[in-house]
Design a protein around this ligand. Sequence first.
Ligand SMILES: [Zn+2]
Length: 689
Amino acid sequence: MSGSKWHEGPIYDWHYDYYMSANAPDGFTLFDSECLADEICSAGPSLVVIFALNQHGYAYYPSQVAPPHPSLGALDYTGSMISALHRRGVKVITYVNYMNIDQRAAHPEWWQRTRNGDEVYEAGWGVPCPNGPIRDYMRAVVAEVAERYPTDGFFFDMYGFNRTGCWCENCREKVVSQVGRPYPMREDWGSETWRRLVDFRYASATETITAIRDAAKAVRPDLVWITHTQPLSPWYRSTNALSPVVDDVVHTEISTRWGKGRWAPGQTAKLLRAYGRGKPRIVCLADLHMYWDKPKGWFYIPYSATQLKLQVASILAHGAWPAPYTEPYPDGRNNPYTVQGIREAFAMARTVEAYLIDSEPVKCVALHASQKTQDFFGRDKPESYRLAFDGAYKALMESHIPFDVITDDQILEGGLGDYALCVLSNSACTSDAVNEALKTHVASGGALLATYKTSLYDEYGRMRRDFGLSETLGVSFVSDYEPAYVRATGPLAVGMTGSPIIQQRHLRVESTEDSEDLGTLIAPSPTDLAPFTYVSAPSRETSWPALVRRGRVIYCSGDVGYTFMRASYPDHVRLIANSVELLIGDRLPLRVKAPSTVDIALASQGERILVHLVNMTTNQVVEDEGCNADTYEVIPLHFLEVRVRADRAPQRVYRATDGTDLPWRYENGWTVVEVPRLDIYEIVVLEPQ
Ligand SMILES: [Zn+2]
């Protein structure tokens, strides 16, 4: 996480948004670049992202290309902030937004089109087409900013395709000339023409952002380019593959007041490590979307300092740098609460900085993130795959099993070689090449844990006759069968409640002769209770296997991860944890005795071993429609035990935050450390002899 160039880290990035529509009578009225720069720098950032072109398409500087914001007057917001921050020793990246909302009337030719030729505008979200003439306009904007100011880079936001686009003339002509096929007249996932279109969109999104980036780099070759993208985002956005190719830093923003809340920042950091292909990584914490009330829109509420520290801890523990996102008042002042939170979070990060640099995860378990499954299996309902991934993620996290995320590209490059186990949580769409790499992994002593439809489709979502990994998994596909229940037996049933385990999605499979059944499918009650179809009682035990072991491979015919996210039944966690234990329990490098709300990461730094502990035990939260929680209290935990497998005893064990020695002993190949108290974040350091 560090290098000779500033963007290789450490990075403490304040993502200083400044959203403002044209109707802003108090816009910029109290803006003072020197005061603001003092205030921002008091929080200790090393990098600040400053607006140059906003969502509405207004420049925050006297541009000759884009219309200046109507409230800007004689001000040069962008230029004065770059100057003030540079004088204080802070790097500045200029923010440019692709959306250009207020240019809609002047440039109808820019917009994505539905099949009917209408401008795409889904729920207030419409962006120009990457294949349209806006490309040259955006090239001119970034070139102008780079020529006029000593910016250290660009942050390019809101780029990509819309769900109902794009059927514009530019896309049609480009497909005909580049792909040599007529433009598909409808969404037809069974056709080769449509599959080519999906590939085309990925390629054209990458091509256009590269051209825009290069216009900026032609002026300032050393500037750092960042495009806002999201790994595992839906197929239609068509941007999730471009970042490792185009960007100098991979960057994803998350809103953590919804859904996964406390563990989303760490998960995003892990995803970026896999996707980033060795590039520096930033996770941006969106300080907005607290709630959405029509017709007024978003209410921007800053995080509490506690919430911010917790999120930053999760990001650091999993190998990325933090970027709190804030929104000032329209008049240019900050909410003081914002500054306080960022100051405390960056101070905490800087305290442990020496243990973050040049540190790598200790490889043990790899959880597959399948973009192909997201694109094709989850094409209509992104959560259809995403929850399977999230559920496996959450179960591994709560079981304190150290794991990384792995992508198809990494698997194809031999990246599985260092891992004892690969977890495929409904990795439904896999190419033949990925399947071969997984078979090689098993043949060379590696383990697999696979669920549900893993390898049942190819990389374009075309169903195979049988699992591509049928022989390896020890099962053959028979039919869909849902919902159903699983009864685990033997070692997989350890610690379970004894109830049949619900699986909302299930398959009937047959096991091959050389495999061992470790659980059976229990049929649901045949009674039709419609419309209350959720009342699906377990009924009779069938002869269909639900859990199958073949050597170092375990297959579960239910979608455990998906159901766990939907139902959060504790036996789902145990099923995954017991499977990992059975497969590689004798090789796990770390054991932690702590509540499930402690997120762990095991890393090495040279010979030094580091155990990151993030305490996500918080005040009670409400996460419901219209209710979004802030975390304002983390409940301290006491007397945790950390056991690290080691050939020999360390010289010393201590806390990274303050250097305090921790009680430890060495026994039977394990260093056993007592952690008397865990507040928000700690790194246990095992210093080598
Ligand atoms: Zn288009």
